[in-house]
Ligand binder design. Structure first.
Ligand code: FEO
Length: 421
């Protein structure tokens, strides 16, 4: 049995006048269906006492509401609560919110401007309408001798997310940001087990698709004199909290050397070599343009993950697949399905491939790319069995035109009307 900072129905002191009143969920093995949680998770919520009232920051998943209320009651009465802050609306943080609003009738609820219209998904806003205040960066909630200051940090990982700063103790209540799914009753980062893998896994699956927003949030957080980061999940970071901020900075930073030039990646898989030769032609066409860094990869030779790392920093993605049984082949779909881990919106995409008798792979890949919000400005190229000279030329043109689009130098297509009849 691990030693524990957490006792049933008791709050845990985090800083002067700040208590953890959350819940532990050690048996959870997947979160939001897709995240693996080998060590369970915690739903962290906090009580902050000031001379003029008590603030509750975040709540817990609905099924843990009763233990949350008992912990809350160990440090505050409901009639003392003047302020409720919800840093993020997802149900793992808002599950006990409606009941908390009923039990603390004098409290005002502070949420981000983005969260305000989303509240109707949690409860009938009419019930609490007059008690809701939307806030942005620099707005405050007054607790008398101390203030909570709001920092708008959207898309970490929902549009509504924000952080809350308590300067009096140097505590940042960061919501999902800088958190992880790692349940340990010792609660603090200097006391729990080694949770580095959970921290990085959480970043990779929750924050990584929004890394531009991560960097914007870090710009706001790094200047703060941090003494403790109190996230919505996982250990409370009181020992060297800035180290975790530095880690997020490193994880979210571009890492490709010479990244000033545009980058174009050509992925292919080939049964008999025809799609490979098409890929080589596509890459050669792109290379002709100059000023674009072109890479060619046979996806038969790798798991998707290393390619996903490359894709995150690339500007154009071209996929070559044969058509087998009316479909693109599984390694291509495996790679395409991995792209939800990174932000690909607005990148350029294209498809090509050899086929035997139907050739569905190219339009299917193009459709998938569009649904992932890539732009597909150049029509794909299909070739029946071994490509002809004209089809290789079309492949080179596919690469060249895509590269030109990347550089903003795309040539206007001249349509021969006669060819349309
Ligand atoms: Fe912890 Fe996005 O909820």
């Amino acid at each position: 049995m691990l030693p524990s900072a957490v006792r049933p129905d008791c709050a845990v002191a985090v800083a002067s006048g700040v208590h953890w009143i959350g819940a532990l969920d050690p048996d959870l093995r997947s979160f939001d269906i897709i995240l693996r949680t080998a060590n369970g998770t915690s739903y962290n919520a906090y009580a902050v006492r000031g001379s003029a009232g008590v603030a509750i920051i975040d709540t817990v998943k609905a099924s843990y509401a009763e233990s949350f209320f008992r912990r809350l009651e160990s440090v505050a009465g409901y009639d003392e609560i003047t302020t409720i802050v919800l840093n993020h609306l997802e149900p793992d943080h808002s599950g006990a919110l409606p009941e908390l609003l009923r039990r603390a009738p004098a409290a005002t609820l502070y949420v981000s401007h983005q969260a305000r219209p989303m509240l109707k998904g949690l409860f009938d806003p009419a019930e609490f309408e007059h008690r809701i205040v939307a806030v942005g960066t620099g707005d405050t909630a007054d607790l008398g001798d101390r203030q909570l200051e709001f920092i708008n940090t959207p898309y970490l990982h929902w549009p509504d997310t924000q952080c809350t700063w308590l300067a009096a103790t140097g505590t940042l209540f960061s919501g999902d940001f800088l958190g992880c799914h790692y349940c340990d009753p010792r609660l603090f980062n200097d006391a729990v087990g080694d949770f580095r893998f959970s921290f990085e896994y959480y970043y990779a699956h929750i924050m990584r698709p929004f890394r531009a927003h991560v960097r914007e949030a870090l710009d706001l957080i790094e200047p703060l004199p941090l003494r403790t980061i109190a996230p919505g999940h996982g250990p409370i970071l009181r020992d060297d909290p800035r180290d975790y901020v530095r880690r997020y900075r490193a994880l979210s930073a571009p890492s490709l050397h010479g990244a000033d030039s545009k980058t174009l990646l050509v992925f292919y898989i080939s049964a008999y070599g025809a799609t490979r030769r098409m890929a080589e032609a596509v890459a050669a066409g792109a290379e002709q343009v100059g000023d674009v860094r072109v890479s060619l990869y046979d996806i038969e030779g790798s798991e998707p993950q290393p390619f996903v790392d490359l894709i995150e920093e690339a500007d154009a993605l071209l996929f070559g697949s044969p058509t087998i049984n009316g479909d693109a082949v599984k390694p291509v779909w495996d790679l395409l399905s991995s792209l939800t881990m990174v932000d690909v919106k607005g990148k350029l995409g294209a498809a090509f491939g050899s086929y035997g008798w139907s050739g569905e792979a190219v339009p299917m890949i193009e459709d998938r790319l569009r649904r992932l919000k890539l732009r597909v400005p150049v029509a794909g190229v299909k070739a029946r069995l071994e490509p002809t000279g004209d089809e290789f030329a079309a492949c080179r043109e596919l690469g060249r035109q895509t590269a030109l689009h990347l550089l903003g130098r795309a040539e206007h297509r001249v349509v021969d009307m006669a060819s349309l009849t």
